[in-house]
Write a protein that binds this ligand. Sequence first.
Ligand SMILES: Nc1ncnc2c1ncn2[C@@H]1O[C@H](COP(=O)(O)OP(=O)(O)OP(=O)(O)O)[C@@H](O)[C@H]1O
Length: 387
Amino acid sequence: MHTSSFRARSGAPAASGTGAGPSSGRAWPAVVRSCRSRQGNSTTSLSAHAPVSVVGASFVSCLGRLGRDARQAPRCRAAAGGGAGPASGGAGTAFGDPNSLMGMLMAYAVQMQQQQAAGAGAAAPGAEVRVEGLTFHPPGAERPLLQDINLTLPANSLGLVMGRSGSGKTTLLQVLAGLSEQTSGQVRVLRGGGSAFNGNGSSALNGNGSSAGGVHAAGGPGGLSMEERMQQVGLVFQFPERHFLGEDLLQELTFTWPRLPGYWGERNELSARMQIVLEAVGLEDIPLHVPPWALSGGQQRRLALAIQLVRQPALLLLDEPLAGLDWTSRQEVVTILKKLKEQCTLLVVSHDLAEIAPLVDVAWRMRIGGSCEAVTWPPADLAGLEQ
Ligand SMILES: Nc1ncnc2c1ncn2[C@@H]1O[C@H](COP(=O)(O)OP(=O)(O)OP(=O)(O)O)[C@@H](O)[C@H]1O
């Protein structure tokens, strides 16, 4: 695997254009701690507020409290005998009048929380990914590094890419993630909660790349642009922990989030998802002020997964996800990968065939020179595939 400065963190694809920077993040842990002491909330629920600026955090907390009050308001009215309107008095009056500023704020708070809960809890629909005739010949290289790569990954499948060192596996992931631009060929993503392909393998796409049967095709005739790939594809590098930059988990998790004032709603959605994702990868009990380097190897790997999962990528790329981990941590990561197949489509580069094999749906082998061939899966002899 080669390294470039652009790959200097595990969440690189998401960093583009967000205006994210570490400087403003230094105050977050303090904000979180002060919120916790004032309100007595749990760490995870506060993490949902943490990435917002100091003013924003207070506002979100305020809305959260209003939302709780708002949910209680109808019960107050019911207790008063039903049919109680704004003039009924008591708690129902203060919070129940939809025309008052407080009433509007409450209605907004409840709506926002319902939307967040629905959005955060829902599994992202699977996406089918098609790579067609992908060739990559970087300037100055004597020969192409990738040659006419064709892959089809069904929605919610795990694809395995094997191959000898130097065959171009990492290069393929970088192109798919939009970190390098292909010389020719295209990448398409088809979202929509199901396969865009019928039983005989033909495409549901029509001639101009638009979708049929409610399937949303991203990429059109020319496939996804680099920018679109950065948005829709997540990449966890080999040894992602070596690229951590945050002083604590909170900074690491929110490093690429948008900070501009107009992105308040987007940050709020990311916060809600972060809570769910931390639970999914089993890190919900780790305080957010803990430095990433203080985590175990397996926890660091799970943190790198969480950073990408918060973005809800259509396709998640993993470069040697088990490399350098002890036996227990490897089992943890394998267990999480199994669960992740329910959430997104995965393409994994790995030499650790024995552990990854039970999860694999489709497989390819890359050859020195950058070509790629399909491997029948499951193989008759797994040991024979190892090299
Ligand atoms: N920008 C570039 N210009 C020229 N050659 C490059 C460039 N990027 C990578 N290479 C070369 O392309 C080949 C493939 O590298 P890559 O890291 O993709 O291989 P790999 O299969 O992932 O190897 P490993 O299993 O060791 O990680 C290597 O020989 C590498 O030196």
